[in-house]
Design a protein around this ligand. Structure first.
Ligand SMILES: [Zn+2]
Length: 298
């Protein structure tokens, strides 16, 4: 993948150097539970709550990812030992800035072409934990989008997890994660959640949450669709995104976490589905191609 390594974005808030939040670690070894308790009802009940966060991986996936909240502790420890740092525009910042702007430029174009009005979203980089319009954000949650404040929250330590625990390295795999979250923002702007509500989808493998997540994957693919023409995509890049999608399907994560799958509890779709919709968006590059809401087959 090629990108502008000096790129600055007006839409990135870098909070990585901020002081650790005071008064939030009161429960001692509670780890990420406070936040998980907030988010869990959304994950098990319904994708309709507009104020609740939508993540990149499912709840069981988060458990598989953090193995009992370890990254949150790690992050806190790092902050404690190094103290507040001034935010520097490092390679991560420039990379995230580039992908965010490239993705949003894509959506601006798509909206223009369809006679729609795009509204830009912001992305918050943080380390460990941060306040969000959807409650406390924690690294243990993985990257997520908060519809309430229209921001994506990203602790880039997730990218290390993606590479080391899930065997999905590569910058384009990381860009897919960001583009997926921007896909949720596109849904917010288009009012997809409300439309989904009217359509009356239930939970589980065919349910509303899975449909929204697969659509966000398809939208990430729509972003990838134009990257070759812009000289961003290099041979082998898209395959790294496929590998990430393979690794974080609900079935793969559940098998990893508990040794078996429970399709009724799926929130993001299987590996096969995530790959299919990501690829579909990439190949077709149109909003219509990403209509998972009405799709008979996911
Ligand atoms: Zn998502």
């Amino acid at each position: 993948m090629r990108w502008d390594e000096d790129h600055d974005s007006n839409d990135v808030d870098d909070r990585r150097g901020d002081s650790p939040l005071s008064g939030l670690s009161g429960g001692g070894g509670g780890g990420g539970f406070w936040f998980l308790l907030q988010v869990l009802p959304w994950l098990v009940q319904s994708p309709m709550g507009l104020m609740l966060a939508v993540g990149f991986v499912g709840f069981v996936g988060i458990r598989a990812l953090v193995g009992g909240g370890a990254p949150a502790h790690e992050a806190r420890h790092q902050q404690a030992s190094h103290g507040p740092q001034s935010a520097t525009k490092d390679a991560s910042y420039h990379f995230v800035s580039f992908v965010l702007d490239d993705a949003q430029a894509t959506w601006q174009r798509v909206f223009d072409e369809n006679g729609l009005r795009y509204r830009r979203s912001r992305l918050v980089m943080y380390a460990g934990r941060t306040r969000t319009g959807c409650g406390l954000g924690e690294a243990a949650m993985g990257p997520f989008y908060c519809p309430g404040d229209e921001r994506t929250y990203l602790d880039v330590s997730f990218f290390r997890e993606l590479e080391q625990r899930f065997g999905a390295p590569g910058k384009f795999a990381q860009a897919y994660v960001i583009a997926h979250e921007i896909g949720h923002h596109v849904q917010k702007v288009l009012g997809t959640n409300e439309k989904l509500g009217r359509f009356g989808h239930k939970e589980g493998a065919e349910g509303g949450s899975v449909r929204l997540e697969l659509q966000a994957d398809c939208y990430a693919g729509m972003w990838a669709h134009g990257t070759q023409a812009r000289g961003v995509l290099e041979p082998g890049d898209f395959e790294t995104a496929i590998k990430a999608a393979q690794a974080i399907g609900d079935d793969a994560l559940q098998r990893r976490a508990q040794g078996y799958t429970v399709p009724e509890s799926f929130t993001h779709g299987t590996s096969e589905q995530r790959i299919r919709w990501l690829t579909r968006g990439y190949e077709k590059g149109t909003l219509d191609a990403c209509d998972t809401i009405h799709a008979r087959e996911l």
